[in-house]
Design a protein around this ligand. Sequence first.
Ligand code: FES
Length: 351
Amino acid sequence: MAEVDRAVPPALTHAGPDRFLWALDKLTTAVEWLHRNDRRDHPPVRPVDRDIPLLVSEVRAEADEVISLRLTSPSGAPLPTWQPGAHLDVVLPSGRKRQYSLCGDPGERGHYRIAVRRLADGGVSREIHDEIRSGSRIVARGPRNAFPFVTAPRYLFIAGGIGITPILPMVRTAAARGADWRLVYTGRSRESMPFLGELTALDPARVWIRPDTEFGIPASGAELLEHCPPDAAVYCCGPIPMITGVRVDLPGSAADSLHWERFSAPPIVDGRPFTVELARTGETVEVPADRSALDVIGEVLPQVPYSCRQGFCGTCHVRVLAGEVHRRGRAEDDRMAICTSRATGRVVLDL
Ligand code: FES
């Protein structure tokens, strides 16, 4: 497998406590920036009311704790088309539901591919790793696209860990179109990073693999952006600190060129405690300043549905019967995205 060698950037030559303080300072700056600037909503996601029964035709180990599923139509019929950045809402035999980016070839109508990292606290990922086998049946809804891929002459792709999944079809498409592209792919270690061979096979000179284990510290936003071609569209997907670092270090004049997607709930900023009354069960729960209503409600209603945990997919939206809600996310006026929205005092929900 060929990979691009790179000198260690100056920012990484800090040593010992200096390096720790430097990293802490960058993280603090990033979180403060996020507090001020995390106002950009995802684009509207057009609902697709279409359940697709799918057969798991292959399960492959792609990296440490990462497997891919090849999904086909049980009838052999072609599957609905999709564009890079699209995802499926996957419904498992247990009824649990989660979104997974499509990471195969968009031109392939015979099968879909998704990849799943086993998360320590992830019931859905555990179920997929432990119980889904070749021959299993699942249902998917979609494909839907909340991370659309724009046409541009140049691209910089930045992916962290399992965040490579929506990025991979974008890279493949950019390469097929003859665009000028570069990929920076970070992760804890090479062993934990899926699809390394597939990516470097596209063009090793355009791919920089940057595992933390080889640099001793996660990459800063400036480092990830170091070889950004001028006027490039920047696509970024991965953990929150990585995305925040890129957003902080991207020059203000290039802010509109950045497209990003994160895979976990956003941090709670300036949270205040509030009370939720569940009208149907009569229970009352207290939501502390540092937790979401979804987290707390999930303890008394484990089957409460959710998916993105970022306020845009609509899965967790609940009707508000009384109370003042501070909306974050795209819920309609009489509804609350319980994954991100908060309330003042007491709110009564139709749950
Ligand atoms: S889980 Fe997607 S909007 Fe709340």
